[in-house]
Structure formats: structure tokens, C-alpha cells
Design a protein around this ligand. Sequence first.
Ligand code: SAM
Length: 266
Amino acid sequence: MRVETLEILCSPLERAPLQLETETSAEGEIRRFLVNHEHGLKFPIRDGIPIFVEPHQITGINGRFRKIYDSWAPFYDLLSRVGLYILGVSERKLRKEFIASLEIKEGDRVLATSVGTGADLHLIPQTCKFYGLDLSDGMLRICRNKMRKVGVPVELFLGQAEHLPFKDGAFDVVYQMGGINFFSDQEKAIREMVRVAKNGSKIVIMDETEQVARTLENIPGINAWFRHQHRPIVPPTALVPEGMEQMESCELYDGQAWYLSFRKPA
Ligand SMILES: C[S@@+](CC[C@H](N)C(=O)[O-])C[C@H]1O[C@@H](n2cnc3c(N)ncnc32)[C@H](O)[C@@H]1O
């Protein structure tokens, strides 16, 4: 873990600063933790990924989706490509246009609040520092294997978008691509994106529309995401905190994706 990463981390609930500690087990195994002694907090780092949430701490519908994404992780890239193909959307084009819309500048610290398998890592400019959080250990493991092949420095974290383990104003760009339609608490997740963004930063969110959910809910395998959908799918413009600037909301790809962007005031 880079020193500058440690400087922007905090505990997700108390927002307490963390320090890195190492322990050696009786068998000689070296284990690393992020700790705050004052608050009695200890987060393990497993295979280089800090664990900010354990399965029993996950609340609401997030628990169900963690399990779905964990079990589908090895097939996710294929399934999403097939899903987009069925919808007549080029994944390459969609990801390229989305990443371009983030307006990443040289040296920027960029946060993906549900990085998944890192399907867009190869499109991230190599001059930025990239941070990816996700709720699914399975998805992060695939992402970790992929990140060795890209030039951009990447740090991964297991956590919930509703409780980000980062200090206020840590990032130049914050984005959420897919998944937010089914978050336990979309409003909290958007507030967290705003909190961890620097003043003047761009925040971008995109997900599929209701029309897509209706098409895909009949396709075996992919339908696991859409069955038991607990609320209508609408772009969460009403959940964006007051005072945000340059807000844009539109539908893309023949109404199959909604796109929302805004800027935190400078
Ligand atoms: C549709 S996938 C999108 C992954 C990736 N952003 C992409 O473009 O391929 C949704 C992702 O959101 C993650 N996720 C679901 N709920 C989450 C939450 N509350 N906090 C963080 N990640 C979450 C899932 O584990 C999954 O990796």
C-alpha cells in the first residue's frame, strides 16, 4: 500500500484515521492490518485488499447482491458482454465513452465506487492513481488479476459504497458504473461520493434503465440481477444533494442506460 493511500483512508463508520500494523503468527505468517487503537478498530488486509466490511455487517439488499456477484464473478465479464450484445450495445464503445466523460486529468486520484472485475481498467489513463472499491470479494479477485496487466497504479478495497473508507475531499473524480439501481441505500451512496470528492470534482453515475431490466429478467443467468427487484428503476436525480453544479441527466443507447453527472461546488 502506498503511503499516500494510507493518508486518505479512514474507518468507514467512525471516519477515524488508520495506521498500518504487521503481526507475525506462531507459524511465521506475516499479517497486515489497518488499525485505530483509540476506537478499537482493526481491519485485515487479505491478499493486498483491505477488508472494510465482513459479510455479517452487510445490511439490506446489499447482502443478496454480494452473494450474487460473488458466485457470478468468474462469468461476469462474459455475461455483461453477452447482455450488452443482446441489447445491441457495443461494450467497448460504451466503456470508452463513459471513461472519456469523466474528464480525468494527469495525476488525478480517481475512485470507482463499485469497480467490479475492473472491466474498464485498460481505459483509465496511466497518469492517474486509481482506487477501486467493491462489495464482492469474488469480483475484486478477478479485478486484482487484471490489474497486473495494466500500467495504471491500482489499489482495491472491499467495502460498501454507502460507507466509504476514505477521508473527505480525497478524490478528483468519483464514478459509479452499474450496480447502484440495487444498492441498499442509493441516497447514502451518492452522499458518500460527494463527501470523498474534492471541491470542483466531477461525479458520474450510470446504470441500466427499467426497459433493460424488463428485457433481461427473462434471460436465465442474467435474470438473477433483476428478479425480486424491490423498487422502480429511475435515475436518482432527486437524491443528489442540494447545491451541486452542472447537473446533467439523460438516457443513452436508445434509452437503455441512464447517465447522471454533476460537479461538487469549487
Ligand atoms: C453491474 S456490476 C458493475 C461493475 C463494474 N463497475 C463494471 O462496470 O463492470 C455492479 C457491481 O456493484 C457491486 N456492488 C453492489 N452493491 C454494492 C455496494 N453497496 N457497494 C459497493 N459495491 C457494490 C457489485 O459487487 C458489482 O461488482
